[in-house]
Write a protein that binds this ligand. Structure first.
Ligand SMILES: [Zn+2]
Ligand SMILES: [Zn+2]
Ligand SMILES: [Zn+2]
Length: 87
């Protein structure tokens, strides 16, 4: 029997990491590392927090927002995505 794995493209269809906040819910890489677009973690690849409490790489949520312009929502819980403003 052959099992074919389907590739998920950024849509929150996985459920096993919802309790973990150490990884980005979009690219599923650790926050210690940078997003797939960047080579090095740090200031060039910041981490942002939404009012719903989810944390993502800035680049990841930007990419998500751009692909979903009419419905700017958190990919994890579909709540309206608003950045938490840090002092
Ligand atoms: Zn990410
Ligand atoms: Zn990045
Ligand atoms: Zn959320």
């Amino acid at each position: 029997m052959k099992i074919t794995l389907k590739q998920y493209n950024g849509v929150a269809t996985w459920r096993w990491n919802t309790e973990t906040e150490d990884i980005c819910g979009i690219c599923r890489l650790e926050f210690d590392a940078c997003c797939p677009q960047c080579l090095f973690p740090g200031e060039t690849c910041p981490i942002v927090e939404g009012t719903c409490g989810h944390i993502f790489h800035k680049h990841c949520i930007e990419k998500w927002s751009n692909s979903d312009k009419n419905n700017k929502s958190c990919p994890m819980d579909r709540l309206p995505w608003t950045l938490v403003k840090k002092p």
